[in-house]
Ligand binder design. Sequence first.
Ligand code: WQD
Length: 341
Amino acid sequence: MNEKILVTGGTGYIGSHTTVELQKAGYEVVIIDNLSNSNIEVLDGIEKITGIRPVFVKGDCTDIETLRKLFRENPGIKGIINFAASKAVGESVQKPLLYYRNNLNTLINLLECMPEYGVKGIVFSSSCTVYGEPDVNPIDETAPIKPATSPYGNTKQISEEIITDYIRSGAPIKSILLRYFNPIGAHPSACIGELPLGVPQNLVPYLTQTAAGIRKELTVFGDDYNTPDGSCIRDYIDVVDLAKAHVIAMRRMLDGEDTDSIEIFNLGTGRGLSVLELINSFERATGVKVPHKIGPRREGDIEQIWADPKKANEVLGWTAEVPVDDTMRNAWAWQCKVCGK
Ligand code: WQD
């Protein structure tokens, strides 16, 4: 019998790609999403790729009775992957209470339901933002957690502590915390991808919209950093590689292969790329020029961060595989699909 997994925020960017990989691995997926930052049509894209339409519940995880109803009506859920969260750094500074209420109440409700309905494990979508500005790169899981630089980042840090404290209190559950670096790209089928609402805050969607002529010009936020070409460095990880890591983590928990009740993994390529290098990769991979200019630094940006993925490579047996040019090509194919090019 296929094990059943609840994916919260499953019509979102990483949630939809993870749903595809879970289905390909033989899991039955139930999605709950309030559609505040995604479209229901994503279900069609998932079904086009795998031939399986996931069970979908429109609902808000901040209401525990909504969750209890979902668990009652979908018995046998063994694991949860929690993507449901607000995730715009800038917006979190303007609306901190919305971020604390949404992100923390969602997690607390899920944790409370797990023992009530026999759910064994939860994979938590965390972020490298918990490290702040690293003292050294590459950064591994033993690096110090720095004071958060945004309410969004703080919700990730607090969420990790909530899970840790709950497990330490004796809760009969397990958890794997996945600290993502910078997820980018789209599924190679161009059936699903990133669908930012409004003006994209993140680099790659703004880049592809500029290449498509939707945006006039991409501004590179600063070229006076202490990096080889002056622009910021990040560890850009293909979204399909990232999704596959979630399936491995879930299998590890459900098979009882994890030694501790809580494990933490950095998910990155181990390669730092600058903004200008990523623009070059896109232009090389697609042959499409990206009109761009150098502008002032963006408040809150850190200069450089990239992962040491050794623990995920050795313990999970997972490695990021998609070359960045392929990722850029997939991102472009998805952008062309979305804007009907
Ligand atoms: C990347 C680089 C910008 C836009 C954030 C969150 C992180 C995660 C990913 C949710 C930076 C530069 C960007 C533009 C630019 N979010 N840039 N022009 O800030 O590294 O990470 O998003 O999980 O938690 O912190 O990602 O894509 O916004 O920026 O030059 O128009 O691109 O300065 O150096 P970031 P980003």
